[in-house]
Design a protein around this ligand. Sequence first.
Ligand SMILES: Cc1ncc(COP(=O)(O)O)c(C=O)c1O
Length: 391
Amino acid sequence: MRHSTMAERMAGSGSDKWQLHWLAQQRSADGHDVLMLTIGEPDFPAPKHVIDTAIASLHAGRTGYTSGRGEGGILDAIVDKFTHHYGRPITREQVIVVSGTQNGLSIAMYGTVDPDDDVLVPDPYYATYEGVIQAAGGTIVPVRLDPDEAFHLNVDVLRNRVTPASRVLLLNTPHNPTGATLRLDEIEAIAEVCVEHDLWVVADEVYADHTYDGVPAPSMLDVPGMAERSIVTGSLSKSHAMPGFRTGWMVASEETVNALLPVAESMLFGTQPFLQDAAAAALRDDMTITKNMRETFRRRAEVMCRMIDGVGPVRAPMPEAGMFVMADVRATGMTGQAFAKQLLEATNVGVMPGESFGRGGSGHIRISMTVADDIVTEAARRIADFASGLD
Ligand SMILES: Cc1ncc(COP(=O)(O)O)c(C=O)c1O
């Protein structure tokens, strides 16, 4: 049987990106002492009060269908979070509850991109972006982020990449894999380009609360007038170590929410009520878990950077946010892929090649800080050993 052109277009998309992760897993299964610093899933349990709420909610019979937009409890919790925690006042009519940022990104792309539209994506970028753009029929147009500018989006480079086919800028700040966190003045300059060229901004803010100083990262919603062309999506996956709860939000203008709601409903027909109750409890807590995580990730990143930065040809600047260290191995003359593979074979440390996140990640490796402190320290020691042998 013949599948759709969309399914064919997406065939195999992305799986090669994780090749190093599978190799590391295989090595571990073969009995090697492999330290896995590849994927970025918080090594913290979801908060107990959130789990208790989910269980109580299940026992209370909250197992039916819900509204496609989300129920009152979670909608109010999202509105309060945006209004009071972020200082970006919104109304219930501006929110759709979705199954995580990934789902929010898909809905946003289906709602803004027509076949053959271009989507501008700062490169390197999160590994699933190609898929969500391709599924919607769009074409990804990478906009290079310069490692020598700390991977901050350069507005002139962005402007040069805009063509009449450009429809959307997919902006991720704080950024995976680099941790780059745009300042408000940078976001304002980017907003100007988007207004000039009538672009949508799909803003992936899943790491908004993972800044190391605890101040939420600036957003397109902080720029007057940008709410009407922005779709912000985020979730509790990173802020509350709840990726398996698959619960997040989209925030946009009322008009855009009304346009996107049928798209969301066609996929989900509403998310699980017991998960909405649990998520509402998380949204209203004092964010102790978020604080603990960001302090832990920062401490680990400091250890990693201190131990490997400047060893042989490796450079490892301290990230600005998030849970990864993006180390620069360009001076070795190797690709990130070759470095990561040799590192794994020589030292049993698994890291992601920068190329897994687009050409903009070339010559880099992404090291995840989501493993215990002693593993980070031991991995740093092995990476330093390997790097010193490369001089
Ligand atoms: C940049 C970025 N966006 C989106 C996601 C997916 O988040 P969620 O679990 O909310 O779907 C991730 C997960 O790693 C991510 O790093």
